[in-house]
Design a protein around this ligand. Structure first.
Ligand SMILES: Cc1cc2nc3c(=O)[nH]c(=O)nc-3n(C[C@H](O)[C@H](O)[C@H](O)COP(=O)(O)OP(=O)(O)OC[C@H]3O[C@@H](n4cnc5c(N)ncnc54)[C@H](O)[C@@H]3O)c2cc1C
Length: 449
């Protein structure tokens, strides 16, 4: 009899985990996925973080193909295995894509001379799925899992998990709250559930590894200023490091052609990210990317970031500053939610001296891209909440002390689609091994898997 598996979070990690299981003969009827968002047929564009495929469902659809970025995979399973897992994730996105032939990999090679005096450039391969296809991919993928018998429970928030008695508890403020038992649990709540992960880590005093602060702004400007670099590297990553100060900066998640700034909501505050659409009808010839700063040596980095984010939220949303431009619209033609400010004093104060590094980054971009001048704006803040990472067993991502509870995706150490999906798949491989062994014993015969 196969174990009862409950997956909390129908995001990239949870969905890839379930797919790996059913693809290998694990009975879908024994898998339940609970998510506080909606299925892909009912999920509106405004729900950026929750629902089928989670934050990956309305993301920029860029699947990085290198172990040095997007979070940790190779530290658990080694380089070769990590790349194999990335292949599986990319193949899943292609498999449910309405036009798989359009999924292309860009692989820039040479670092151009003109940026060298001011920036380094990180080059790595990226697969482009396209934001506007994610909706269709989501529906096809969902239909497949449902056809395999996987049970989905939507619009239901899990509020607690009892590791000792193996039950999960859903929102108990509603009349229809309920509990579910599990044999194995995959915890994959992504960034929208980051506080839940912390709650469990505190409740069960799970061993954790501290993480540095990663915070900055989402920078936006007409694409023409960056075209020379985009021609070499679509998702360019400019970086610089101040080793003696414990500070490094990088441009992060560059969107071009049909590039839109997206609002994220975490802990009730707004921060920014971006996405790009593939369909030509959305073309706006804009570029946006994060300018993210990693600061080492801050006491309680998580609390520090959260305090900073709430200080730069006004009237329930983030801030926009530009020397010359107005905030942009979303791909649906609505204004990107932000309060426009004309002075940066309050922002500088909130960043406690660290904003100078972002000022310098922008000043140096003006030198490298001379037409840029004052033709840009910043949405404040962009933040990567790197919660303390729970310690897991490397062979299957199960919790140290709770071998039937697995953490995967942004809840663990991922920061992107490829690593999140890969962690979901990796976590269930050991479950599959056990399942195969039991099937083998039950059937008393050799099965070819
Ligand atoms: C606008 C945007 C653009 C992005 N673009 C890219 C990109 O181009 N490339 C890239 O690699 N990465 C991108 N990312 C990041 C990427 O989407 C995430 O790293 C990835 O989705 C993480 O996968 P996950 O499964 O860990 O979490 P998610 O995909 O976020 O899924 C988590 C799921 O858990 C559910 N959940 C949370 N808490 C609970 C709870 N208590 N009870 C029930 N359900 C819960 C949520 O509803 C959600 O559906 C982007 C993110 C955003 C927001």
């Amino acid at each position: 009899m196969a174990d009862k598996i409950v997956i909390v979070g129908a995001g990239v990690a949870g969905v890839n985990a379930a797919t790996k299981l059913v693809d290998n003969g694990f009975p879908g009827e024994n898998i339940t996925i609970i998510d506080m968002g909606k299925d892909p047929y009912r999920r509106p564009y405004s729900e950026v973080m929750t629902g089928f495929l989670g934050a990956g469902g309305w993301s920029d659809g860029k699947l990085t193909y290198h172990t040095a970025i997007g979070g940790h995979m190779s530290k658990y399973c080694g380089e070769k295995k990590a790349m194999e897992l990335f292949d599986e994730v990319i193949n899943n996105f292609k498999r449910f894509h309405p036009k798989p032939e359009e999924v292309q990999c860009s692989d820039p090679q040479a670092e151009p001379d003109f940026i060298k005096p001011y920036f380094g450039l990180r080059l790595f391969p990226v697969w482009h799925v396209g934001t506007d296809y994610l909706h269709e991919i989501g529906k096809n993928w969902y239909d497949y899992l449902v056809s395999k018998g996987v049970e989905f429970i939507w619009e239901t928030k899990v509020t607690n998990i009892k590791f000792d008695v193996q039950i999960i508890i859903t929102d108990d403020s509603e009349v229809d709250n309920f509990t579910i038992e599990y044999d194995r649990l995959i915890f994959a709540v992504g960034k929208s559930g980051i506080d839940f992960g912390k709650q469990l880590a505190d409740e069960y005093t799970l061993p954790t590894e501290p993480k540095p602060v990663q915070i900055g702004v989402r920078f936006e400007a007409p694409q023409k200023h960056f075209q020379k670099l985009i021609d070499i590297s679509y998702d360019f990553k400019l970086y610089r490091k101040f080793e003696d100060k414990g500070v490094s900066l990088r441009s992060f998640c560059t969107n071009n052609n049909a590039a839109y700034v997206a609002v994220e909501e975490t802990y009730g505050d707004h921060s920014y990210n971006g996405h790009a659409k593939k369909d030509k009808k959305y073309r706006n010839d804009m570029t946006n990317f994060g300018i993210l700063m990693e600061v080492q040596g801050i006491d309680e980095p998580f609390k520090w970031s959260r305090d900073l984010v709430s200080k730069v939220n006004k009237e329930g949303t983030g801030l926009y500053y530009s020397p010359s431009r107005r905030p942009s619209t979303t791909s649906e033609g609505e204004n990107v939610s932000a309060v426009t400010i004309s002075e940066m004093d309050e922002v500088r104060e909130a960043f406690q001296g660290y904003y100078t590094y972002i000022d310098d980054f922008i000043d140096d971009m003006k030198k490298v891209f001379p037409t840029l001048e004052d033709d840009w704006g910043v949405y404040i803040p962009e933040v990567k909440y790197l919660n303390e990472e729970v310690k897991v067993n490397s062979n299957d991502l199960s919790l140290v002390g709770y071998p039937n509870v697995y953490f995967a995706g942004d809840s663990l150490s991922a920061r992107g689609i490829s690593v999140s999906g890969a962690q979901g798949i990796y976590a269930v491989e050991s479950i599959l091994e056990k399942f195969k062994e039991e099937e083998y014993i039950e059937q008393g015969d050799i099965i070819n898997w």
